[in-house]
Structure formats: structure tokens, C-alpha cells
Design a protein around this ligand. Structure first.
Ligand SMILES: [Zn+2]
Length: 73
């Protein structure tokens, strides 16, 4: 059966955007675009690129929290 709660949970995963990082190319802090670079077994690696010149200004690894779900069996 369709479970509405699943949709509610998905909505909570709002992407963090409008991040500003220093861009060497532009010589100032610039808004960056977040791109998913790699999916790792324990998380995801994001690449940040300057929104203006598309120079890579940094990466971020987002580690997944270990699942704390305990299924009683
Ligand atoms: Zn730039």
C-alpha cells in the first residue's frame, strides 16, 4: 500500500544551496554550485564550482549517518 509518510520524509531533505566560497579565479567569495561527484559506500562527495567561472573551489564529503533502525525480530 502507498505510504504518505515516505513523501513527508523526503521533503525534509532540503538541499543546502546558496553557499559562498572563495574563488581564486574571481579573487572573491562567489556563490557556488554543488555537484554530486561521487557516491561512496559511507557517504557522498560533493564538488563545489564557482557559479561564474565554473572553477572548482572545493569539495565536501557528506557522511551518511549509520542507520539506527533496530528491527525487532
Ligand atoms: Zn570564479
Amino acid at each position: 500500500m502507498w505510504d504518505d509518510r515516505e513523501e513527508e520524509q523526503a521533503r525534509q531533505f532540503e538541499k543546502m544551496t546558496a553557499t559562498h566560497l572563495y574563488c581564486n579565479n574571481c579573487g572573491r567569495s562567489m556563490p557556488v554550485q554543488e555537484t554530486l561527484l561521487l557516491v561512496l559506500p559511507d557517504g557522498e562527495l560533493y564538488d563545489y564550482r564557482c557559479a561564474k567561472c565554473h572553477e572548482s573551489v572545493g569539495t565536501r564529503k557528506e557522511t551518511k549517518r549509520p542507520s539506527l533502525e533496530i528491527k525487532g525480530e
